[in-house]
Design a protein around this ligand. Sequence first.
Ligand code: GDP
Length: 479
Amino acid sequence: KISSSPSTETDADKLLDGLLSSEFDKESCLSRFQAYLYHKVSPHKPSPYLISKLRSYEDLHRRCGPHSKAYKRTMAKLNRFKSKKSNVTNATGSCKYIVWTAANGLGNRMVSMASIFLYAILTDRVLLVEFLDDMVGLFCEPFPNSSWILPKDFPFSDNRKVEIYESMLKRDKENTSKKLLLPSTIGVRLNMYHHDHEFFFSCDHNQHLLHKLPLLIVTSDQYFVPALFMVPSFKKELNKMFPTKDTVFHHLGRYLFLPANDVWGPIKRFYQAYLASAEEKIGIQIRVFHPNRTSYETIMGQVLKCTQNHTILPGFATNISKDPPLKNQILKSVLVTSLYQEYGENLRTMYLNNPTVTGEIIGVYQPSHEDQQKFGDNLHNKKALTDIYLLSLCDVLVTSSVSTFGYVAQGLGGIMPLVLKKLQDNKIPDSPCVQDFSMEPCFHKTPKLDCMEKPIDNMATIFPYVKKCVDYRRGVKLV
Ligand code: GDP
């Protein structure tokens, strides 16, 4: 695709069929104007309604975003109400906000940002992201003529002083008088280890309460979009925005997460050097959650068994005289991403030292090997984004179970991956991997209770459009 002549490229291609705004200048974010040359053309077109919602959101963000008059006015007012509870809705103007704060690794952060952005669109809130040093310079600004970065003088940065959502719900439940006194700001924790999910989404009453608050500060590592589809008052809008349900992250991810120039450069160059000329590009993501308890040989064996059983990679030939002629030899490139160097190194050596049964030539490349997950490290996150993005440029993906890192890559790429199954007692399962049925990320921390506080046994049977994830049976994803 990168060799295609400029005359065949239309504006529709460049702006992903209207998903991206045309209001940006080129230099500030090269990937916005170049990424389409590297990705395959997506067969999934954004709906006209989604496009119109994005354009209206951009207007709202421009009007209410950081440094606008409305932002300054609202924050000054909220600051005055900081520790008071009252009927604050009358006190603030038309701008309401939702602040994303980080939890967990980059994949978790990206799926939660996309979820909160969708929530912001549905509730007419302005999304601001609190990027500490480790997140600076990863992504381009997604909204034209404004910024999504939370200003440094944001008055609620010390959110220990903010009431948390659970406590407001508790007061609401105990409240016998008609009017519940509301805080101006609420902290909502939607992490793997907190339980707000159970009360947050699917109930209109709670949404109604939240709707009144001018400012929500959310800490999340979850892809909670499936839960938004369960909220009765959001359903109609969501169905209009996403007639095809399994494209939510694909579109929102491509809209929000354009790599900034410093990250885009290495992505582009790596792609051109090692992937562009291959007949087929195969991405293999090897995420090892318990490196001390997991044998490297077992995982390597699982990767080989999976890729060779599914004819993604050819087996090794035993009879060397069958080596095909040099002419017309097919080159396949394998991109291995892992924290550990051994995986790429070993696969590369195997395919160098052995001919393949098909005669195909297999090049194996691994962009980085960070050895361990690092927190608070900007360069480490840039390498993670480079890996995620390169995976998304592949034709075929093999991912690891329960990894949001892989989810983001498959979503951006629009690819249904083969998922490596979890090892059983450190042994390779009989079928080492399973074909996924949707490119959407899996929502891990699903609600346990419904709005009547009755336990939910199986969300997949109650709500349409969701199915149990292949890699995590307690999770669900959109189909
Ligand atoms: P998850 O834990 O697999 O769901 O994915 P996250 O992205 O949330 O957290 C894992 C983090 O570990 C990443 O963000 C990286 O910081 C690091 N990491 C894990 N696997 C890789 C990899 O293949 N390449 C790079 N560069 N970093 C990785």
